[in-house]
Design a protein around this ligand. Structure first.
Ligand code: NAP
Length: 274
């Protein structure tokens, strides 16, 4: 991904290394599972706000509500891009197949746009699991196969086994945690970089003086500066909020740009996990 892939609006897209076209901006759904009706409502709000990418996972226990939101939205299925993930307890061929079939059933949206291995396997079954995911692609039930939380050695493991390159690597990326080495590696390999927790999960990051002063200068919120940083780095960006006003606020990041001095000030904060 290069500067050419900086999202200009909620509907900007990138062509992945397998030819699949994916939105560059979307809506994260982790921890949206307290109440089924509320989750469904908030997913519909995100789509109404203009989001066309929804990021869920088997682990989030909300695939049913995400799928219902997609079906109730009145939008064409092909205009919404749904990402889900296989949890680490379902690695290995048999469990993986069972898990994806369950996700397909819960989502009930004909096909999954992008399936990710949620984490690398600790039991040496990464290649086996990844190969099982490719079979779903061959059957047309999944359009694209990627990974999440993979380091260089994990991707090299897939390559060494002769697997096709993942289309996407979804990793934690925000103003505080920039993971330059794996980002540079993915870009060299033409693997799209999808950043999760762009708001650093709203932990201590919201009180940072550097980000606050950048936000004041641009008359934007701290959240908007953090999201803009992710967008401007060319990452596929998926902030989560359960509140309508914040969903709208988080999507309103296309009318300003961080300056070189802002980007340098963010680097000067250091790189650490909040
Ligand atoms: N692959 C992985 O292993 C992995 C791991 C983590 C996350 N993810 C994905 O990435 C998505 C985003 O990451 P995340 O959910 O961890 O964290 P995040 O998007 O960095 O932050 C979400 C938190 O920020 C709050 N928030 C949202 N907008 C705000 C605003 N404008 N002002 C103040 N607070 C705001 C939310 O609270 P409210 O909801 O109350 O607004 C929530 O507590 C997830 O939902 C999930 O789809 C993937």
């Amino acid at each position: 991904m290069t500067a050419a892939h900086i999202a200009k609006s909620l509907t900007s897209t990138v062509t992945l290394n397998d030819g699949v076209i994916m939105p560059l901006f979307g809506y994260g759904t982790y921890k949206l599972n307290d109440n089924k009706q509320e989750t469904e409502k908030v997913v519909l709000q995100a789509l109404k706000c203009g989001h066309r990418l929804l990021d869920t996972a088997q682990f989030y226990k909300n695939e049913e509500e995400v799928g219902t939101g997609v079906r109730k939205s009145g939008l064409n299925r092909k205009d919404i891009f749904v990402v889900t993930k296989v949890w680490f307890t379902n690695m290995g061929r048999e469990k993986c197949i069972e898990s994806v079939n369950e996700s397909l059933k819960k989502l009930d949206i004909e096909y999954i746009d992008l399936i990710l291995m949620h984490t690398p396997c600790k039991n040496g079954k990464s290649v086996e699991t990844y190969t099982a995911l490719q079979e779903f692609k061959e059957k047309g039930l999944v359009r694209s196969v990627g990974v999440s939380n993979f380091g260089i050695q994990h991707i090299e493991g897939l390559i060494a086994a002769g697997c096709p390159l993942p289309s996407v690597n979804q990793i934690e990326l925000n103003t505080y945690f920039r993971q330059k080495e794996i980002v540079d590696y993915c870009r060299k390999k033409n693997i799209a970089v999808m950043g999760f927790s762009p708001l650093a999960k709203a932990k201590k990051g919201f009180e940072n003086e550097v980000i606050t002063s950048i936000a004041n200068k641009h008359k934007k919120s701290v959240a908007q500066v953090m999201i803009r940083w992710s967008v401007q780095n060319g990452f596929i960006t998926i902030p989560k909020s359960s509140r309508e006003e914040r969903i709208n606020e988080n999507a309103d990041v296309f009318d300003f740009s961080l300056e070189e001095t802002d980007l340098a000030a963010i680097v000067s904060i250091g790189s650490y996990r909040c």
